[in-house]
Design a protein around this ligand. Structure first.
Ligand code: ADP
Length: 484
């Protein structure tokens, strides 16, 4: 509806490099479209190696000065940035919905979530403490301190255009680092808007650059640079592996938040209404386009039919449409490839014997997908091994605890898993046996700035959020004070 962003004070169409708003050196631009309507929202510069190189050089200078400021000063600047993000929630959410598609209420929720990382790390900036270890020699003292890693390269995805940026920048700046960010090509305007607020908040020139353009060239420069000491990436497993390989030459510190294939297990002793409510959030938030979205729903055979009925009733209440329209709960998919992936998973499952309880097997012409529920899904179907990343609930059945744990763990991914049971014993045993970085027990929404977010196996390295998140941007320095 209202996607005319020209009046929006935070709508910028230039990159933010070394503290200056600028075009690409070659003046090339790329159109950015609204996934709900296909309309062009604006253009962004198509930058490459040169601009990235400039941003890195500025980040090195900025980092050295920023590192020397007091913890209190870092904290106050971050707090100011947090305040500005919160004050500008409506403007930010409007940009976010226009370029990403999620319903406006969800976009506002994301801005609150994004801001929470800046608030949390504004506080943590003051709590980077070292230790003194009892020495192995009487005339020596052992000091342990923490220093920022230095210049950080950050590459973020389109599904959370604001929160994936602040989740990296909050701890990085609090630790004393500087950041060169390449946002997702589909959602650059939210990134520019956050940079505009960072500038207003008084973050020093060069501390935070945002570059749009040639992903390969920008990523190549960020990974090849010896000045960039750390890469923090959220995105697909395939690109994560590529960036990991590219970072090997300069032995960079890495944080990788990659794909998931989350199991959602409903035992026969679960509160089924609670389980359906939890599943609706875990599956359909952001139209199913989150890496912690439930992908494989395992329901105990004894409660399968009842659960599927309740689930189908809940799913048929969802309203698909333009994220700016009232009451819409499912926005558009980000692009045609995302639509086609959902459609191909449905077609594959139907061809192999699953039944569609709601949604449609018809091919859509635009970016909208009706939320779908499939029953009698088996391990041979594509949806068992691949992340759908869309509004498709694929329900398997099981009878034994050991069996469902083994099936849930039978994947290279290990990000999030969900368990619904009323048994305390089962809750502990199953959550401990699941090879996942995060487990929600009787809860479908696990993301919060106060907890460590991250995966095991091919879902990634490192943790974001919580007191742990800042460690990813710090090096430990041990000093032996001898001859005392
Ligand atoms: P998705 O399939 O969800 O878009 P990607 O992993 O392709 O996930 O994208 C996540 C981020 O990685 C985006 O910012 C994208 O531009 C970036 N990216 C993609 N390819 C490369 C690359 N070769 N080098 C650096 N960044 C890349």
């Amino acid at each position: 509806m209202n996607s005319d962003l020209k009046h929006n004070m935070l709508f910028k169409q230039q990159a933010f490099i070394a503290g200056e708003w600028c075009d690409a050196d070659n003046r090339q631009v790329t159109d950015i479209t609204n996934p709900a309507t296909g309309e062009v929202l604006g253009q962004v510069p198509f930058c490459g190696e040169q601009e990235t190189h400039r941003a890195i050089a500025a980040a090195e200078i900025a980092y050295k000065a920023w590192h020397q400021t007091t913890a209190k000063e870092k904290s106050q600047r971050l707090r100011r940035w947090f305040d500005l993000i919160v004050e500008n929630t409506d403007l930010l959410a409007e940009i976010l919905t226009a370029e990403q598609g999620k319903p406006l209420a969800e976009a506002k929720g994301e801005i609150g979530y994004a801001a929470s990382f800046i608030e949390w790390y504004a506080e943590q900036a003051k709590r980077i403490q070292g230790e003194i270890i009892p020495s192995h020699k009487p005339d020596a003292r052992i000091l342990v301190s923490h220093a920022p890693v230095g210049v950080v390269g950050a590459i973020t995805p389109w599904n959370f255009p604001a929160a994936m940026i602040t989740r990296k920048c909050g701890p990085a700046f609090a630790a004393g680092c500087s950041v060169v960010l390449k946002p997702a090509p589909d959602t650059p305007f939210t990134a520019f808007a956050l940079a505009a607020l960072a500038e207003q908040a008084g973050l020093p020139k060069g501390l935070f650059s945002v570059i749009t353009g040639d992903a390969k060239a920008i990523g190549g420069e960020l990974t090849a640079s010896k000045v960039v000491r750390k890469l923090s990436f959220t995105g697909s497993t395939a690109i994560g592996k590529l960036l990991m390989a590219q970072s090997a030459d300069s032995v960079k510190k890495l944080s990788l938040e990659l794909g998931g294939n989350a199991p959602f297990i409903v035992f026969d002793d679960a509160d089924l209404d609670q389980a359906v409510a939890g599943f609706m959030i875990a599956k359909f938030r952001n139209a199913g386009q989150t890496c912690v979205c439930a992908n494989r729903l395992y329901v105990h055979a004894d409660v399968y039919d009842v659960f599927m009925q309740k689930l189908t009733d809940a799913v048929s209440q969802l309203k698909v449409g333009n994220g700016f329209d009232d009451g819409v709960t499912i926005g558009p998919m980000i692009n045609r490839a995302a639509v086609e992936k959902v459609e191909s998973h449905i077609a594959d499952a139907l061809a192999k014997g699953a039944t569609l309880l709601c949604g449609s097997a018809d091919k859509s012409a635009d970016h909208f997908v009706q939320p779908a529920v499939l029953r009698d899904v088996t391990d041979e179907m594509c949806v068992a091994s691949e992340e759908t990343f869309g509004p498709l609930a694929a329900a398997f059945t099981f009878t034994q605890d050991d069996e469902v744990i083994a099936r849930a763990n039978n994947t290279d991914s290990g990000l999030a898993a969900y368990v619904y049971t009323q048994s305390l014993s089962r809750a502990f045993k199953v959550s401990e046996a699941l090879e996942y970085g995060m487990v929600g027990v009787n809860e479908g929404l696990i993301s919060t700035e106060v907890a460590p977010f991250g995966g095991v196996k091919e879902s990634g390295l490192g943790r974001e959020g919580s007191a742990q998140g800042i460690n990813e941007f710090l090096e430990t320095k041990y000093t032996l004070m001898g001859g005392i």
